[in-house]
Design a protein around this ligand. Structure first.
Ligand SMILES: Nc1ncnc2c1ncn2[C@@H]1O[C@H](COP(=O)(O)OP(=O)(O)OP(=O)(O)O)[C@@H](O)[C@H]1O
Length: 792
């Protein structure tokens, strides 16, 4: 028996509990108003005690006034309403085709055609979440909780077709509104190499309003860290698959903290408690409750709540295969099902029971699991048709529910099997649904004791059922009249230069384990030394044979760096794309700021160790011994590497799949390499234009110019000629002094080059084309990124 079960049993059924109404003020500017109903109503900070002799037990924290964040001002509160939400996803997996499918139909016609081949996953879902409320979306796996939350938060997948209306204070979701929403994804998207504090610090610097000072922003970070109980790991890295960091539960809390920082008016959370032990989950839910008390609307999906956790929820939307099975106060769910003939059995956690119902795992002697599920959904739909937003209210709707039950039991779908035990099922139901002799459920105890149900309130703003449907409508229309609060100040938390600076520093830190890594250093040193030794001082000779060899050295120097930077760049944006989407959806920064900062942060890393390689190759190979030649060679190689990197970024961004991008990159790079001028001297005319697309062609042209412009190269007899006794030995170090050597008059044709070596015009063209390539590719990358993130 786990702790929850112990708690449930002892709290619910131990006689002698004292039930009181408590109303405590807290430091959030609101009041924690929880009329205590019974031993079951156990907020984490409840002063619930049981005595056995001298032992006094307190369940949960004893601090009821935890300061979290300042309450949301009345005018800034948001009322969420979602009406008739339907959604479809592809029913079969379609292999991505190379050619786009042409469909000339437009608008609704196109949508209808697409829908016919898709699977509906959400069916006509309607409800609302008021400030001060915690609305839980519950249901078995695959019931559509995440999909519904993503539609509400405007983060639905591109491939999903959705219908219905989601409004906040009566207005549709827009970019400005999105910034006021805290959205916690199911998968925690965090930078693995940052510490917990750094993660929240950079987010605070980017997201919090400019009017706050840096000190205040840091303070906010610490407040959130404390509220979420992650002080002990604040300097630990987030970690990932290869490097262990904080635990899964701590990760979840950091993700929540990331959203809490902005003190959002509304929070949407996808499985915030998954992976947490029940006590931690309980604390987290209590924190969310406190946030709700401060005037926020909290909408969260929840998988398998413990009984204590369940009681922290105000409203519940129970989903079953995309259909609503129950909508109303969590504390009245058992009453609803009870009225429909599905009574909560003795000693069963209500959350478990309703999840079993929605999984079609409860059958009676009249209906099997699936029939029970269908019947309950039909009842919920019938009720919702009359009370779409109010949810179940036993004070006014008891007789209505009974009528629905009777009507639907008589309907052919549901009632045909009434009285007939389902085939293949034991006559004995899994749960007892007998009313007689059943101990009174916790919630019924509440009704008996207090004549009311659990409720919470915003600052003096009642949200419980006593306001009734009419009061709810008044409240809803008052929010709608008020409209969406206008965010004061600037659209972006940080100014543009600040965004650049913060993103640059963050980007460098996120790669703290990659940059200047030992492997990179060793790779460049080994390849540099080997290359230098293979061509040892060969370039220093002024003979034609040495010049031909040196062309190979220059080509290799160029290629090694270009290939490397390009293949690294292929991964840059695909790796960060999800994070980019998430942060852009939260309006953290401008895309251009991210783009410039991210690519600039690559430069120190990509060009520090390669410099070592160039120095080694240059001096070991004996290339032209002058400062101007060295720096010209260095900047040319770096320029080509930058072009190559931009090309890699472009491919990676366009494809967003590193594997596909690698395949395309290999083909293109091989083409560029072969047309670069070194390997194939005379390309057939009809295909020779390809070389003009090759940045290697222009880069290599420049390097050859730097090395040989104005230099006299001699054609001397080869070593083979000498061995045959045709000529005497040649002094290769000084061929000018050897009578057998003659100066080469046309180096271009002697070396089989595509460009004249001494032509300044050609060198200017090479440099300009490379710069043009660089700017063009970088611009395209930005356009591509903007396009890919345009749905944000
Ligand atoms: N892109 C997609 N392609 C095909 N089916 C999808 C897609 N996205 C969601 N679905 C389907 O939609 C249904 C609802 O999925 P959803 O993730 O919303 O469920 P869930 O209740 O959140 O589940 P869990 O609790 O396991 O996260 C599932 O049957 C799922 O397979």
């Amino acid at each position: 028996m786990d702790r929850d079960e112990v708690t449930t049993v002892s709290e619910d059924y131990t006689p002698g509990h004292v039930f009181t109404n408590s109303r405590r003020s807290n430091s959030l500017g609101g009041t924690l108003s929880r009329p205590k109903l019974s031993g079951t109503d156990t907020p984490f900070d409840a002063e619930q005690t049981s005595r056995k002799g001298d032992v006094k037990l307190h369940i949960g924290s004893d601090d009821s006034s935890v300061e979290i964040l300042e309450p949301i001002p009345e005018d800034n509160r948001l009322y969420l309403e979602y009406v008739s939400v339907n959604a479809w996803v592809p029913s079969v997996f379609n292999t991505p085709s190379l050619l786009p499918k042409l469909n000339f139909k437009r608008g609704q016609e196109k949508k209808d055609e697409q829908k016919s081949s898709m699977r509906q996953i959400l069916f006509n879902i309607t409800g609302c979440c008021r400030p001060g409320e915690v609305l839980a979306l519950m249901g078995p796996s695959g019931s559509g909780k995440t999909s519904l939350l993503s539609v509400i938060g405007g983060r639905a997948q591109k491939m999903m077709i959705k219908e219905g209306e989601v409004t906040f204070n009566g207005s549709k979701l827009n970019k400005r509104l999105k910034r006021q929403i805290g959205y916690v994804l199911q998968d925690d998207l965090l930078y693995e190499s940052l510490t917990v504090y750094e993660t929240l610090y950079y987010a605070a610097m980017l997201r919090l309003p400019r009017k706050m000072t840096a000190e205040q922003k840091k303070e906010r970070v610490m407040v959130v860290i404390k509220a979420l109980g992650i002080e002990s790991c604040k300097d630990t890295i987030i970690g990932g698959f290869f490097r262990k960091g904080i635990s899964g539960g701590e990760r979840k809390r950091v993700s929540i903290g990331h959203e809490l920082l902005i003190n959002p008016s509304i929070m949407l959370l996808d499985e915030p408690t998954s992976g947490l032990d029940s006590t931690t989950a309980m604390h987290l839910l209590s924190t969310l409750r406190q946030l709700a008390v401060g005037g926020r609307a909290i909408c969260t999906t929840i998988h398998q709540p413990s009984s204590r956790l369940y009681q922290q929820l105000d409203k519940l939307l129970l989903l079953s295969k995309g259909h609503v099975m129950y909508y109303g106060r969590g504390s009245q769910a058992d009453d609803w099902f009870d009225k429909l003939g599905y009574t909560l059995p003795y000693r069963v956690n209500v959350a478990d029971f309703i999840l079993d119902l929605s999984s079609a795992d409860v059958y009676t002697d009249k209906r099997d699991g699936e029939q029970s599920r269908t019947f309950l959904i039909e009842c919920a739909e019938a009720y919702s048709a009359k009370h779409p937003l109010d949810g179940y209210d036993p004070t006014t709707a008891s007789t209505e529910v009974t009528q629905i039950r009777t009507a639907l039991s008589a309907a052919p779908n549901s009632s045909a099997l009434d009285g007939v035990p389902p085939a293949g099922k034991p006559a004995q139901p899994r749960y007892s649904t007998e009313q007689s002799g059943r101990p009174i459920s916790p919630f019924q105890v509440a009704s008996v004791e207090t004549g009311t149900e659990a409720s919470s309130s915003t600052d003096g703003e009642p949200v419980d059922e006593e306001v009734g449907a009419a009061a709810h409508r008044t409240l809803a229309s008052s929010f709608k009249r008020r409209g969406v609060p206008q965010a004061a100040g600037n659209r972006w938390g940080a100014s543009y230069p600040q965004q650049l600076k913060i993103l640059f520093v963050r980007s460098v830190r996120t790669r703290r384990f990659q940059s200047l890594s030992k492997q990179d250093l060793i790779q460049f040193l080994v390849v540099g030394v080997l290359t230098g030794l293979f061509w040892l001082q060969r370039a220093g000779d002024d003979t034609l044979g040495a010049a031909q060899d040196t062309l190979g050295l220059l080509f290799f120097e160029l290629l090694f760096l270009s290939f490397r930077t390009m293949f690294v760049a292929l991964f840059t944006f695909p790796d960060e794309f999800k994070m980019l989407l998430k942060e852009r959806a939260s309006g953290m920064y401008r895309l251009s700021a991210f783009y410039f900062a991210r690519t600039a942060s690559d430069l120190p890393m990509d060009f520090s160790i390669p410099t070592l390689f160039i120095i080694l190759v240059y001096f070991l190979g004996g290339l032209r011994y002058s400062a101007s030649a060295f720096f010209a060679n260095y900047f040319t190689v770096m320029l080509v590497a930058l072009v190559s990197q931009s090309f890699g970024l472009l491919l990676g961004t366009a494809v967003m799949n590193p594997k596909t991008a690698q395949t395309i990159a290999s083909i293109l790079m091989l083409t560029f390499l072969l047309t670069g001028g070194y390997f194939v001297k005379s390309i057939p005319v009809w295909i020779s234009w390809l070389k003009y697309l090759s940045f290697v062609y222009y880069g290599w042209g420049l390097l050859v110019h730097i090395e040989y412009a104005g230099r006299t190269i001699y054609s001397c007899p080869t070593a083979t000629d000498s061995a045959n006794g045709g000529v005497s030995q040649v002094n290769v170090a000084d061929p000018a002094s050897s009578p057998q050597c003659t100066p080469v008059s046309n180096l271009q044709s002697a070396l089989g080059l595509g460009q004249p070596v001494d032509s300044m015009k050609w060198q200017a063209i090479n440099a300009c084309v490379l710069l043009g390539f660089l700017l063009f590719f970088r611009f395209l990358v930005y356009v591509m990124l903007r396009k890919k993130t345009s749905r944000v």
